[in-house]
Design a binder for this molecule. Structure first.
Ligand code: UD1
Length: 429
């Protein structure tokens, strides 16, 4: 049965929510467990659709996994298959990262090419150049990458021309099981990379510099089992903090540090919200209408691109004009058409959006196009006058654990209901 969120706008938000484990940290950690035949345990793993898809794929490759109460016990005694099919890579791009670990462990892999998606063309050239530098023979056949390690893979110097998060994860996990030294220059500096390095170190690799642009990895010919707690989700935290600021509320998010939130908090402060950081929590308080702020997205230490649709939601009701530039993805304004349906005044010019804040939004049926676009629409629905019906909420199931419970605990009125299929008309073009 298809479902939607029904959001009644106009409630002030107040209270405390706890963030779940970060999806984007959990995915590389889980995939890395196939580097070893020994058991691994991950704690604080969020119960999300993306995690379920990852586990489904790893089970196909030979993993045995049990997942309950946030604890994932996973073990891959031997690799049963070296193929990752298109259906799974399409459902979850991060599935592509099994390519390197399979190559390092058994010398071959066939992994479907992910292709583009709703936020951009998203090539994987940096992943493949890096694997080739480690000695992989890479070919393409029928929409898949077919890779072999003719000799053994060997540590190498790899220069990432752009600090791609996915390429950094992929090459870091692969290099951990490649004997010799690999130096990754131009690496992504995101906290999720640091978390991955922590797991790989606990498995036996020696890693220096994770979190900086140059990461040195002394790989091993075998890795052992390890245990790690997944870090809190900084994008989920941003979602609740921005919601609090938009609803003139007072919201505390537990389980995340100010440092992990990076530039998001600076922009919220510029918009007039006051921020207070505890040891492992961040609180936002706003009593007046937010003010416009202009910003660009960028890799860490810049503003996370995943927060852009959320801050754009805030800018759409702020006083004044905000200019927002997206530099990370080539097509990450897909949400703008739906934001306009709620009354936002946004002009697009290439990678720049000019947002003239409106006095109030008005609830309407809207459709999500990706995870963060969906979250942005939730935030706008919470501040809009009247009711917003949000469709295509499977995007939220990919990345937000117990979203309605968390928002309702803050005083929001949001519920998940079946869609009345009789009232739905589907037109093609
Ligand atoms: C990850 C995150 C995603 C986040 C993004 C940027 C996960 C599961 N997803 O995605 O939520 O929005 O980082 O912080 O962690 N690029 C290339 N060639 C490559 C690889 C990337 O040109 O080989 C380009 C991409 O097209 C994009 C940019 O680099 O324009 C950033 O992509 P990347 O950092 O790789 O993002 P993901 O790892 O896919």
């Amino acid at each position: 049965m298809r479902e939607q969120y029904v959001i009644e706008g106009g409630r002030r938000l107040e209270g405390v929510v706890s963030v779940s484990g970060a999806k984007n940290a959990a995915l590389p950690l889980i995939i890395s467990t196939i580097l070893t035949s020994e058991p691994c345990r991950l704690r604080n793993v969020p119960d999300l659709e993306d995690i379920a898809v990852t586990l489904r794929m790893l089970r196909m490759l030979g993993a045995k996994a049990s997942f309950s109460g946030g604890v994932l016990d996973i073990e891959t005694p031997s690799i049963a298959d070296t193929v990752a099919p298109y259906s799974l890579v399409k459902a979850l791009r991060a599935s592509f990262w099994v390519l390197g670990p399979l190559l390092a462990r058994v010398g071959e892999a066939r992994v479907a090419l992910p292709g583009g998606d709703a936020i951009g063309s998203r090539p994987v050239d940096l992943h493949l150049k890096g694997l080739a530098a480690l000695g992989a023979d890479i070919r393409f056949s029928q929409g898949a990458v077919v890779a072999h390690a003719p000799g053994k893979l060997k540590g190498a110097k790899i220069n990432l021309e752009y600090p791609s998060v996915g390429a950094t994860h992929h090459l870091l996990m692969t290099a951990a099981l490649v004997p010799g030294e690999t130096v990754l220059e131009g690496a992504a500096r995101e906290p999720e990379v640091v978390a991955l390095a922590e797991l790989l170190s606990a498995m036996g690799a020696e890693i220096e510099g994770a979190g900086s642009s140059v990461v040195r990895i002394q790989g091993r010919s075998e890795l052992g089992g390890a245990e790690l707690r997944v870090i809190g989700d900084r994008i989920e935290a941003a979602t609740y903090l921005i919601a609090g600021a938009m609803c003139a509320g007072n919201v505390t998010v537990d389980g995340i540090s100010k440092d992990a939130m990076g530039a998001t908090l600076d922009i919220l402060s510029q918009m007039g919200a006051s921020i207070e950081a505890g040891e492992n929590s961040v609180a936002v308080c706003a009593s007046d209408r937010l003010k416009a702020a202009s910003f660009s997205t960028a890799p860490v230490p810049g503003l996370a691109t995943d927060v852009q649709p959320l801050l754009m939601a805030a800018a759409s009701i702020a006083s004044g004009t905000s200019v927002i530039t997206e530099t990370v993805f080539d097509n990450r304004f897909g949400h703008v058409a739906e934001y306009r349906r709620l009354g936002a005044d946004i002009e697009l010019d290439g990678r720049t959006a000019t947002v003239k804040g409106v006095d109030c939004l008005s609830g309407a049926p809207v459709e999500a196009t990706d995870i963060r676009a969906a979250a942005g629409l939730v935030l706008m629905g919470l501040t809009a006058a009247g009711t917003t019906d949000l469709l295509e909420i499977h995007h939220l199931d990919r990345g937000y654990e117990t979203l309605t419970d968390k928002f309702c605990s803050l005083g929001a009125v949001i519920r998940r209901t079946p869609i009345d299929e009789d009232r739905e008309l589907v037109f093609g073009c």
